[in-house]
Design a protein around this ligand. Structure first.
Ligand code: HEM
Length: 496
């Protein structure tokens, strides 16, 4: 309601896009709607396991990959599993990914599927909207993600990474996941929004508020549905309200002063679409929070998984280091070198990491019309998901899928993959808008670490993957820092 009022006030001076109609996110109402709409469906679901089963739901929450791969073996590329209270259809494999993300994307709603669960925090940003409103919003934001603009973000990334590496010493134990998370948040706040991540002295710290609100989505599902004072939901809303205070103040300050910078917030403040319409303050806030959400969790997990695999594959580290020494010597990589494929070994290691561990592992949607896929009829109005994580583990597409083998992604091998086989950034007109930014960020972090250090997994550490809201290492990733020395015994100079 407050959002609607703000939109109206804003519209008095200049016209803004009409946003989507509000969607109830009350879990009990959603539960009732799901049960009623499922009962009204007159087409049978694709084959699968449609009886309620708590163990299946728990397995899905704890280890969805193996559950989905087992179901694929049993039922083929399209099947149904009852998860929590509702039947969900899963479509796996290259054809399924292509069907849902590219050729028939318009028959699937993001907002009405589980992406809509993010609305209480994100509002109506790119991840939770559809149709014309999505198309117009995305068009307004695209210039911020053009090649040259992303390349300039290295000017924020590089010094932030150096700052974060400053405390690393031989033998130090570092939680690589927590370290990267703080770093990625600082980079996102500065490069995307020109915000001071520390907040002015004595004032609110926006990064901490953001993390506080976001932590709601990694709580147990049964805690997430609770409403009322002191519930995780109430805590998330309180953190959100404080964060919004900071964001609206910044939006209004920039509007009033006309201050602009290289960041996306500046672009959103001035952006108009083909009809001359602007984004309202509420819409700008929603896009800012959506980008922070989509951008920092994913890159953080990718860095952690990449160095997990590198710690287990010293031969790959040797190739990466040799490549860096040949291409860069002792200088820092430039954005064009990283974005233009000049560090091929690094590109391949990153591609293979995102095959094994695609952070945004599931594409949850709701079908609009009933359709037929691989001989099965899928009803309209039901949850349907594609899953990059499971699709990237099909042995018929990626032989020996549990092995980390960057050579799967030589340019020739990558080009020969079937359409839809490799989808860590989704696909089609809604492919990840931050793909270039995320890839650049991971590569700058990796290159700067590799130039000076080798990371070993802490003794006794075994990776366990958690899945919400994106996949990441459960409980963090402890590593031991080793300073890399040249054969002459001279420590490598810190890349400046
Ligand atoms: C390694 C890093 C990243 C990975 C693996 C990743 C992955 C993805 C995937 C798979 C999707 C599509 C989801 C679906 O089909 O359901 C997506 C969408 C999106 N991503 Fe990323 N992402 C990354 C980094 C980023 C960054 C850095 C940003 C922002 C700065 C970002 C912003 C977004 C947004 C806004 C969308 C929704 C696009 C739309 O619907 O138009 N992502 N991402």
């Amino acid at each position: 309601m407050a959002g609607a009022q703000r939109r109206l006030r804003f519209s008095a001076s200049m016209s803004s896009f009409a946003g989507p109609p509000p969607l109830s996110t009350n879990p009990l109402r959603k539960l009732a709607t799901d049960l009623l709409s499922e009962r009204a469906i007159d087409v049978p679901f694709p084959p699968g396991e449609t009886r309620p089963n708590l163990r299946r739901t728990q397995r899905f929450a704890l280890n969805p990959l193996f559950l989905l791969l087992e179901a694929y073996e049993r039922y083929g590329p399209v099947f149904t599993l009852r998860i929590f209270h509702a039947n969900s259809v899963f479509m796996l494999g290259p054809d399924a990914n292509h069907y849902m993300a590219v050729s028939h994307a318009a028959n699937f709603s993001w907002r009405e599927g589980h992406m809509g669960d993010l609305i209480p925090f994100l509002g109506d940003g790119l991840l939770t909207i559809d149709g014309d409103f999505h198309r117009r919003s995305r068009r307004v934001m695209l210039p911020a993600f053009h090649h040259e603009r992303v390349a300039r973000a290295i000017e924020v990334m590089a010094p932030e990474i150096e700052r974060a590496l400053a405390g690393w010493r031989e033998g130090a134990r570092v939680d690589l996941y927590a370290w990267t998370r703080r770093l990625a948040m600082r980079i996102a706040m500065r490069a995307l929004f020109g915000l001071d991540p520390d907040g002015a002295a004595g004032r609110i710290n926006p990064a901490a508020l953001f993390e506080q609100a976001l932590s709601f989505y990694s709580r147990d599902y049964f805690l997430q549905v609770l409403r009322g004072p002191r519930t995780p939901y109430a805590q998330m809303q309180a953190a959100r309200a404080e964060l919004d205070g900071v964001l609206f103040e910044e939006i209004r300050r920039r509007r009033a002063t006309g201050e602009r910078g290289e960041d996306i917030l500046s672009l959103l403040l001035d952006a108009t679409d083909e009809d001359g319409d602007h984004l309202s303050e509420q819409q700008i806030r929603d896009e800012v929070v959506t980008l922070l959400f989509a951008g920092h969790d994913t890159t953080t997990s990718t860095v952690a998984f990449l160095f997990h695999e590198l710690a287990l594959h010293p031969d790959v580290v040797d190739r990466l280091v040799a490549e860096q020494e040949t291409v860069l010597g002792e200088r820092s990589p430039q954005a064009d070198e990283l974005m233009g494929g000049q560090l091929k070994e690094l590109d391949m290691a990153l591609d293979e990491t995102l095959r094994m561990y695609p952070p945004a592992w599931i594409g949850p949607r709701r079908s609009i019309e009933s359709f037929e896929f691989a001989g099965a009829v899928v009803p309209g109005g039901v949850p349907v998901n594609y899953c990059s994580w499971a699709s990237h583990h099909l042995p018929g597409v990626f032989p020996d899928p549990e092995s980390f083998r960057p050579e799967r992604f030589t340019p020739e091998a990558k080009a020969a993959l079937p359409k839809g086989a490799y989808v860590p950034f989704g696909g089609g007109s809604r492919i990840c808008i931050g793909m270039r930014f995320g890839q650049l960020e991971v590569k700058v972090i990796a290159a700067k670490i590799l130039a000076r250090f080798r990371l070993e997994l802490a003794p006794g550490y075994r990776l366990s993957v958690r899945q919400m809201p994106t996949i990441g290492p459960r409980g963090g990733m402890p590593v031991i820092v080793r300073e890399r020395r040249r054969s002459a015994g001279r420590p490598l100079a810190a890349a400046a």
